[in-house]
Design a protein around this ligand. Structure first.
Ligand SMILES: [Zn+2]
Ligand SMILES: [Zn+2]
Length: 120
């Protein structure tokens, strides 16, 4: 039940929330929800590949309900994470008989357009 709610939150919020973000939002509606449950559920969902656990922000793990192939851009000023479309042809099927790929993270770092404008 709680697991479903967390998964639903991930699928409807494309903002790449952290476990804390999800806990803060869901605990408003579900006061019995514990932080440990949220953390454990997210870990489980990521392990079963129902969601992505992104480590591009070294302080926080961000979760992503979109498990299709795409890269991420992290703005170093406002810490916003933006989805980046990836050309599937060059990256797809990296698997061979020598190894299998369990996870892949494509990360870009820089300044988003809003932060660039602020500087001008
Ligand atoms: Zn920014
Ligand atoms: Zn994403």
């Amino acid at each position: 039940m709680q697991r479903l709610l967390i998964m639903k939150y991930l699928l409807t919020h494309k903002t790449h929330p952290t476990a804390d973000d999800i806990y803060n939002e869901l605990s408003k509606r579900m006061p019995t929800l514990s932080k440990t449950t949220v953390y454990n559920t997210l870990k489980l969902l990521a392990e079963s590949k129902a969601c992505l656990a992104l480590t591009l922000d070294e302080k926080n793990i961000h979760y992503d309900g979109d498990t299709t192939l795409h890269g991420h851009f992290l703005c170093k000023e406002c810490m916003t994470i933006i989805d980046i479309p990836i050309n599937e042809i060059s990256l797809n099927r990296e698997e061979s008989s020598d190894y299998t790929v369990d996870s892949m993270e494509i990360s870009f770092y820089g300044r988003c357009s809003a932060c660039q404008k602020k500087r001008m």
